[in-house]
Ligand binder design. Structure first.
Ligand code: C5P
Length: 236
């Protein structure tokens, strides 16, 4: 069996399951492109909040998604090279990580028109030598032909704790109980929406990360990738 299109590894799962960190590390290791698809939904949410547009005004929100002027870039920070996200030339990386933005993202992500508007933008990340794509529907909708699909899960409580620690280390204020409530509300919306709900693809490998460190998860996905791509013709 040969690989015709550039290889893709999809990592889907709920917020706080570790998919972003693990996906980024793998992409860096392989020298592949990385797609943080959640950031696109967050950008749409942020734009809508900034323009005072109601999050259920589907036409206006889809318009924002179609015309999103966003760039994923890198800059030299205090701790070396870091990825940043620009919206209309402004660095909005920190704003995007707030729970308000996450909640707005999951509200706008319910609408098919919004998802369709972002589909081709996401597929354009599939370039040589390969792509690691992180999100909710990477394996089911955006890259259904991905060579390796991973679905990470973890209890809501542990995911809330991870998010809490992450925000604290970044010096942002946070309340554990508020984060847990937000995560549970987002999980409910993401798994119950009618379009592209958060579910594992039939051919995804499911990993429960509740009792795993991020290093363990990275190692496990790395092993899966190595064995899958060796079978398919090698991972350079
Ligand atoms: O992954 P992240 O927490 O940044 O995603 C924010 C929100 O964007 C999710 O709660 C979800 O509603 C939405 N999303 C989505 N499909 C994706 C990625 C994110 O619906 N592929």
């Amino acid at each position: 069996m040969t690989i015709d299109l550039s290889p893709v590894i999809t990592i889907d799962g709920p917020g706080g399951s570790g998919k972003g960190t693990v996906g980024q590390r793998l992409a860096w290791r392989f020298g592949w492109e990385f797609l943080d698809s959640g950031a696109l939904y967050r950008l749409v949410g942020l734009c809508a909040l900034g323009r005072d547009i109601k999050l259920d005004s589907v036409r206006e929100i889809a318009n924002i998604a179609r015309n999103l002027e966003a760039q994923f870039a890198v800059k030299e920070g205090d701790f070396g090279t870091e990825g940043i996200i620009l919206l209309e030339d402004q660095d909005v990386s920190s704003k995007l990580r707030t729970e308000d933005c996450a909640s707005a993202a999951s509200q706008v992500a319910q609408y098919d028109d919004v998802r369709q508007a972002l589909l081709e933008r996401q597929r354009a990340f599939r370039v040589e030598p390969g792509l690691v794509a992180d999100g909710r529907d990477m394996g089911t909708v955006v890259f259904p032909d991905a060579q390796l699909k991973v679905f990470l899960t973890a209890s809501a409580e542990i995911r809330a704790e991870r998010r809490f620690k992450q925000l604290k280390t970044k010096g942002m204020s946070a309340s554990l109980s508020a984060i847990l409530a937000d995560i549970q509300a987002r999980d409910y919306r993401d798994t119950h929406r009618s379009v592209s709900p958060l579910i594992p693809a039939d051919d995804a490998v499911i990993l429960d990360t509740t009792l795993m460190s991020v290093d363990d998860v990275e190692q496990k996905v790395l092993e899966l990738a190595k064995s899958r791509f060796l079978q398919l013709g090698g991972l350079s």
